[in-house]
Structures are given as C-alpha cells and as structure tokens.
Unconditional design. Structure first.
Length: 75
C-alpha cells in the first residue's frame, strides 16, 4: 500500500495533507483511541474541520481513495 499512498500524496500535494503514524509509538495512543485503531493498514480521511469522513481497513484501490478525496476537495 505504501507506493499507492505515497503516489496519491504526491498527486494531491497542496490539496490534502497526509500524515503517517507509527502504531508502535506511544505518542500516537490518543489517535489510536480516537479512531478505534484495530487493524493494519488503516486509513482515515478527515475534512478540513477535522471531521471524520471515511475509514478504510486493509488494501484500498487508488480509485476508492480518489472518489472520497474528490468529495472532500469539492465541498
């Protein structure tokens, strides 16, 4: 998934901010609790106000990400 996600990060640079969290880092414990992290990989899309838009678990196609990105960008 890393090549897909990093490709999308480059494609949407300036429109969507990507953040990558290390699940083993104790500093991210609040995020794990807030987003109910249970599976890896897990992807969370937030809008510009920090509201949860979509959560994905496991392998996700670029087209699935892009469909949701388009919705958020054009709101």
């Amino acid at each position: 998934m890393a090549p897909v996600v990093h490709g999308l990060e480059a494609q949407y640079y300036g429109q969507i901010q990507f953040s990558f969290l290390d699940v083993d880092d104790p500093a991210v414990a609040p995020f794990k609790e807030q987003f109910s992290f249970r599976y890896q990989p897990m992807f969370v899309l937030l809008d510009g106000n920090g509201t949860l838009v979509k959560t994905w678990y496991g392998s996700v196609s670029p087209q699935e990400f892009e469909a949701e990105f388009a919705r958020v960008i054009h709101q």
